[in-house]
Design a protein around this ligand. Sequence first.
Ligand SMILES: [Zn+2]
Length: 127
Amino acid sequence: MSKKPLVSRVYKYKNKSSTFFCPLCSTERGITTSPRLTKKNMFQIFLTAIVLGSALFPFIGVKCFFVFFVVWGIFELAVRTDYKKQISCPHCGFDATWYKRDVKVARQLVKDFWVQKQGLVDQKSKL
Ligand SMILES: [Zn+2]
């Protein structure tokens, strides 16, 4: 018996970098970002660092090159957060990043997701 996807008609992402099937509900998923910085991101980091660095140079001197690493760190964090947001399944709450790290946490996340979903349904039926 083949498992039927929970949602078979899904929103088709533009410029998606990869597609996969949710291991829990078999819905086709697409993600637009990768957890790594793109060349465009590196360019943005470089520009931001130059602008910030030259603005801070009169005050902190040569130390302003640290700004580059700070900006890099912020970008890296933003890209990863964005990726993480996309990786968790909007249909069943399955999070592959957590599943790799801690299966218990991943299970709890799915549970929470359904509790929340059920809560929303209950609220609607009350109205
Ligand atoms: Zn799913």
